[in-house]
Write a protein that binds this ligand. Sequence first.
Ligand SMILES: Cc1ncc(C[n+]2csc(CCOP(=O)(O)OP(=O)(O)O)c2C)c(N)n1
Ligand SMILES: [Mg+2]
Length: 370
Amino acid sequence: MFFIKLSIEGGNNMTHYQELPQALMKEKHQGQTLTKEEVKVQTAHDLGVENVSKEEAKSMYKTMWDIRNFEENTRHFFSIGQIPGFVHLYSGEEAIATGVCANLTDKDYITSTHRGHGHCVAKGGDLKKMMAEIFGKSTGLGKGKGGSMHIADLDKGILGANGMVGGGFGLATGAAMRNKYLKTDDVAVCFFGDGAANEGNFHECLNMASIWNLPVVFVNENNLFAESTPQWYSSGSPTIAERAQAYNMPGVRVNGKDLFAVYQVAKEAIERARRGDGPTLIEAITYRNHGHFEGDEQKYKAPDGIEKEWADVDALEVFRDLVTEKGILSQDELDEIVAQSQKDVEDAIHFAQESPIPKEEALYEDVFAD
Ligand SMILES: Cc1ncc(C[n+]2csc(CCOP(=O)(O)OP(=O)(O)O)c2C)c(N)n1
Ligand SMILES: [Mg+2]
């Protein structure tokens, strides 16, 4: 077992948290960072493998590498001045977007965050048009006018990255309401950070999703920091998942560095939403490989403790070790996927570099709706 699934009683949505060492966590909560053991996110990583076909495993490994390559190249081209604006990188958090979105179709909706490239790649966003958008080019998904924090693709159900922390809650809840109203079995997924969990919108939308029993899954990416503020300092509850209890929906904590664990937890929540059984709150523990934004000196980060532990776990290596050990994929098959991903991202960069910037008159286009 490598994720904590807090028990959900059949028949109603009540969730119980007796497995969490509340007293210990509360004490620690006064000023120290929790250790991995204390947050009860286990490190074993074989649950859920039996539910994933070889083709799915290959596809998810490719997606994780696409995100990693996309982000590391974004980092490089930002550092040499080819990318304007701000970039917040998703490197390190790949397993969450990948494991969740592998359970979605183009008709399902996602809402993203300021750290949104990974969500968009995992939901099927076109690498070339995404990269062009980040480069501010006219061939980008938003014609180069939005940049990194405003990537959207409605044909893929990507309702948009969002510069407003917590901005996705209302959009995802509204999209889920639309799905229910039109009697579809499509779902909406809201990705959000640990910092966003303290915005008022979080509570309003979880409450509405609960009373209307909406097909929405709230996926918290707890990377332990909101800018420079540690999660233990800013949160009144030791875990984010336990807040689900207040809204009478299941709450689940999962190792966000473990693709198969995320995939399995998300699968259950998404199937539940599709069946009409209502919302779920997932808290995936993770860590970002780089600073809050590119240029962040990260003076706030402590070198030891849980941060170091989580920083040392690479979801891509965890995946590789597991599938080779279990004989699901060979090293050659994995290498081939990595090489293909590198080529696809290089093509995306060339496309972005060679594309023109928007014409001046484009400033006046797409401003008002007809
Ligand atoms: C409403 C709002 N408040 C504050 C900010 C400034 N801000 C940008 S990112 C960020 C931290 C968000 O932390 P978290 O939700 O944990 O996401 P992470 O960056 O860790 O992925 C803040 C405070 C903002 N963009 N919007
Ligand atoms: Mg965070």
